[in-house]
Design a protein around this ligand. Structure first.
Ligand code: SF4
Length: 251
């Protein structure tokens, strides 16, 4: 269902999408998932191990949760942040996109996925017919790691309860993990992103359907991978369609 507008967005991004004029590349095409030798974003962190006892916001509604995050000092990142970066978008969205952690732009502006990476994410959303304001966007960590270093396991663990509560409150139809670090943290795995692509995972005890794709910051550094991200987005849209038709998509 690639339309002219989606192609225009992708071409503006430099994504080569080789499709016939009215027939998109099927999500099940043989080269998906492609073997990816490197996703150079960051090395894999150990999986987070948040427990119920560690969960800092498990019963809060949106505003108390936002306030709890804003005042949070549960890890050392509170000492170096400019401000917390809670999340943005439709609190009842059908799609939820989860990234890794705020960067410098996000730390300054208090909103996830701004700057060049944010613009690319917005374009990726538009390419599959979504507007930024129609989805919910959050990060695994609410505070910027200094120098954009990897999140440490204890930081991801300390923060995870906030994200878990955000997911519960949004109750999305589908979750998209944006980037390897987010995917590995959410799925508690150290598998490479290439091995996580092209399949539906069950997130957490509620089994939220989750698919993965590349982080736009990585795509900016490795534009040749944009085509794979496009395949991921098509796959996500296909899965979403199945969910909307009432099909079971998680194992
Ligand atoms: S990263 Fe999360 S747990 Fe750490 S201080 Fe910020 S809000 Fe709290």
């Amino acid at each position: 269902m690639t339309d002219r507008r989606s192609l225009a967005y992708l071409q503006a991004l430099g994504v080569d999408v080789y499709v016939r004029r009215s027939q998109p590349r099927p999500a099940s095409e043989p080269d998906r998932p492609s073997p990816v030798s490197v996703e150079t974003l960051r090395p894999a962190p150990p999986a987070s191990r948040a427990t119920a006892a560690e969960s800092p916001g498990s019963s809060l509604d949106w505003e108390p949760l936002r306030a709890r995050v804003a005042a949070c000092t549960r890890c050392v990142l509170s000492e170096t942040r400019t401000q917390t970066v809670f999340g943005v978008g439709d609190p009842r969205a059908r799609w939820m996109f989860i990234g890794e952690a705020p960067g410098a732009d996000e730390d300054r502006q208090g909103e996830p996925f701004v700057g060049r990476a944010g613009q690319l994410l917005n374009a990726m959303l538009r390419a599959i017919g979504l507007a930024r304001e129609d989805v919910y966007i959050a990060n695994v960590l609410k505070c910027r790691p200094p120098g954009n270093r990897d999140p440490r396991p204890e930081e991801a663990g300390a923060c995870r309860g906030y994200l878990d509560r955000q997911i519960e409150l949004v109750a999305p139809a589908i979750v998209v993990a944006v980037g390897r670090i987010a995917a590995q943290n959410l799925l508690a795995t150290d598998k490479a992103l290439a091995r996580l692509r092209g399949q539906v995972h069950a997130l957490g005890p509620r089994g939220w359907p989750l698919v993965v794709t590349y982080h736009p910051a990585y795509l900016l550094r490795s534009p040749a991978e944009k085509r794979k991200a496009w395949q991921d987005l098509l796959f996500a849209r296909e899965v979403f369609g199945r969910i909307e038709r009432g099909e079971r998509v998680v194992p």
